[in-house]
Design a protein. Structure first.
Ligand SMILES: [Zn+2]
Length: 264
């Protein structure tokens, strides 16, 4: 079983923000313990006092430092802490694939950006599962996927939406590789959801504020094959031209359409 932990960044209703973001961290079941342990070790290493298990990794709060325990930490140190937590993606790379969707809200209006981004990330994950199962042959056959999200976000609409996708298919085809509708967990209790939050926040800084300091080190770990980054989607107007890894990867790879059309 592959688990895709998903969290969001950006407010759907805030017109001063251009983007809505979903970040996803896919972990094969056998790797989950090691990823969580690595994140726990990173948090313990912060030396913030108290029980490290009570400290939640949360990109927005760590970056802005307005709440405890981050308010007592210097900005430069907080940024190093975000980078240290994201570095678990590098140290645990054999177990992790990243997924991300950055939606320009005005561009897709009147579609709901949450629904749009959720459908995209489910499809990207489904495509990854199908590719991994095909590559691994008989031994990989039947590996299913499960989407896990923070319960505080969009739970009711996404439950219904996910059920609809699984039964009726998406714009690109059905999600046969999904084992269940998404499950929702408390982000305080799940380090893996917290890592997805940091990935979403890194994407948010990149796309909303042209700040790639957190995102850049994660680029190699988005799902990709043959030079095409399948795991990262940037939905935007045709102009101005964008040089983000997702847009660049598609511009140089005309076969991309054939790949997405392959979902049956
Ligand atoms: Zn782009």
């Amino acid at each position: 079983m592959h688990l895709l932990y998903v969290d969001d960044s950006g407010s759907v209703g805030n017109a001063s923000e251009t983007h809505f973001i979903l970040g996803g961290v896919a972990i094969f079941e056998r790797g989950i313990y090691h990823v969580i342990k690595a994140l726990d070790d990173v948090v313990a290493g912060f030396g913030l006092g108290g029980n490290p298990h009570d400290i939640e990794l949360h990109g927005n709060e760590m970056y802005n430092g307005r709440s405890n325990p981050w308010s007592s930490v210097k900005r430069s140190v907080r940024e190093q802490m975000i980078k240290a937590a994201l570095n678990v993606i590098v140290t645990q790379r054999s177990a992790i694939r990243l997924f991300g969707v950055a939606v320009n809200k005005a561009h897709i209006a009147p579609q709901d950006p949450v629904e749009y981004a959720f459908e995209e990330i489910c499809n990207r994950f489904n495509l990854y599962l199908r590719r991994s199962n095909n590559r691994e042959g008989r031994s990989g056959q039947g590996q299913r996927g499960l989407v896990i999200m923070d319960e505080s976000h969009h739970e009711q609409p996404l439950q219904a939406l996910a059920r609809h996708f699984r039964v009726n298919g998406t714009r690109w085809g059905s999600l046969k590789s999904m084992a269940e509708v998404p499950l929702f967990v408390d982000s305080k209790a799940s380090r893996a959801i917290q890592l997805a939050d940091l990935v979403a926040y890194a994407l948010w800084r990149k796309y909303e504020s042209q700040d790639g300091r957190f995102f850049d080190s994660t680029i190699p770990f988005f799902d990709s094959e043959g030079g095409v980054i399948h795991g990262l989607v940037h939905t935007k107007p045709r102009s101005p031209q964008c040089f983000c890894p997702s847009c660049m990867s598609r511009n140089s790879a005309p076969k991309f359409k054939a790949v997405t059309g392959d979902i049956a």
